[in-house]
Design a protein around this ligand. Sequence first.
Ligand SMILES: C[S@@+](CC[C@H](N)C(=O)[O-])C[C@H]1O[C@@H](n2cnc3c(N)ncnc32)[C@H](O)[C@@H]1O
Length: 473
Amino acid sequence: MKTQAPHSSPDSPPEGGWFPIAIRLSGTRVLLVGGGDIAVNKGRLLLDHGARIDVLAEKLHPVVQDWVDHGRVRHVGGRADEGMLRSLLPGCRLVYAATDSRDTNRQVAALADELNIPVCAVDDPGPSSFITPAQVRRGMVRVAVSTGGAAPVLARRLREQIEILLPEGTGRLAAYMQSRRPLVSGRYPQVQDRKRIWEDFLDGSGAEAARSGDESRADARLEALLAGDRKPGEVWLVGAGPGDPDLLTLKALHLMQNADSVLYDNLVSPALLDMVRRDAELVFVGKQRDRHALPQDEINREMVRRAQAGERVLRLKGGDPFIFGRGGEEIEALVEAGVAFRLVPGISAANGCAAYSGIPLTHRDCAQACLFVTGHAKADGVLDLPWDDMADRRQTVVIYMGISTLPQLAAGLLGKGLPSDWPVAIVERGTQPRQRVFTGTLTSIAQQAAEAQVKSPALVIVGQVVRHRVISP
Ligand SMILES: C[S@@+](CC[C@H](N)C(=O)[O-])C[C@H]1O[C@@H](n2cnc3c(N)ncnc32)[C@H](O)[C@@H]1O
C-alpha cells in the first residue's frame, strides 16, 4: 500500500486550488472509516444528504451505534487493514477517512486514491482528493465556504456571517422559482427573456412575497411581469444609524446592496457608503446647517422622479429617519405621488452615543424618562422649546443639533431653576472612530465645547445619568 496520495504533498494545497462542485449522494454508497466524534459529524452530514453509509471501525460512538441499531448505517467491519479496504472500496462514491489516527487516515486516502475514488482525510487536506466546505443551508439553497483546508475556523466564521445575510425564506423563494419555471419557459422560450423576467421578479415585491410564503401575491407579480409590465420603482427610506457600519440593520444592508440609486446626506459616513452596491448611482443631497445641497422639496421631487422611472431608490438617512430626520415629510410626498415605499428604522444618535460613551439614558435612581429635543434655532435665532418640561429633574434630556446654540440652551435651563452643577455631556461623532466625549456642568459645558472646538455631529446629554457614566476597564 502506498502511504502518500500522488496528487499533492501532504502539507500543500493541490496546484490550482480546490474546484467546488455539488455532488448527488442520495442512494449512493459512502465508506466512513472511523466511528468516533469526527465520524458522527460526517455521518450526520451524509445522512442528511441521503447517502448509504458503511462504517468501518473497531469502536462505535453511541450515536453511530444507534444509527447501526436503527438500520440507518451498516457496520461493515473493525480494523481498516488493506484487505478489508480493498474489498469495501469498489463501488463507493466517496470515502471519508475519519479515524483519530493521522497515519491510518493517510493509508486509507492513498488506497482510495489508487482506485480513483474521491477521498477526504479529515482535517488533513494534503492526502485528500476532496474536502468538505462549511455550509449555509436554506432549503434547496446551499452556500459553501471553503478556505481550501487552510483555516477551517475562518471558514466557520465566514459561514456565520453568510447565515446572517441570507434572509430566512430564501429556501422558500428558491422552491417557488423552481415550481414556476415551466410556466415562465412556456411563455418565453428565449433564455434572455426569461432571465430578465426573473431578475425583475427578484428585485421587486414578488420575491419578498414568495420568501414569506404568500404565493398568491408572488403569482400576481409574476403574472404582471409575464404580461410585459415594467418593474415598478419604489423608494426605501432607510436609517443608516449613527456612523459605525456594524450598527446597520440586516434589512438596511440588504436594501443597500440592491438599490439602483442612493440619495444620502452628510450624516452618512464613507464607511457606510462603501457597503452600497458597487454600480448604484450615489447622489449627495446633503443637509447641513447653513449648507443645504438640495432643498427638501427638491429631494422629494428627485425621489419621486427616479421611482417613477422604475428605479429602486434608497433614501439613506443618518440615525433613524423618523427622529429629526424629516422622514415624515418625505413619505407624505411619496404617498401624494402614488410611489410605493418601504421604511427601515435605524439606531438613532441618542442610542448610539449613549451606548458608545457609557452613559445610560434612563436610570432607576435618577431618570425615569428621557426627552429628545432639537437645539436647532428658528430663522430669527429663537429656540422654541418646552423649557418647563426640560427642567424636570427626574429625566434625561437629549439635545440633537444643539452645539451652535449650546450657550442659549444652558442659560435657558439654568433660568428654569436647574442647579449650576447639573451634569451635561457632549458626544461628538458618536460611534465613529474619532468619537470624543466631554463631561461638565450647565455652567461649564459651553466653554468646554468652544475650547475643544466641538463640531457637528454632536449630541448633548443633560441629566444625572451623566454621573453614572461607566467606561469598560
Ligand atoms: C438632523 S439630525 C438627524 C438625527 C438622526 N435622524 C438620528 O436619528 O440620529 C442631526 C443631529 O443628530 C445628531 N447626530 C447624528 N449622528 C450623530 C453622531 N454620530 N454623533 C453625535 N451626534 C449625532 C447631532 O446632534 C446632529 O446634529
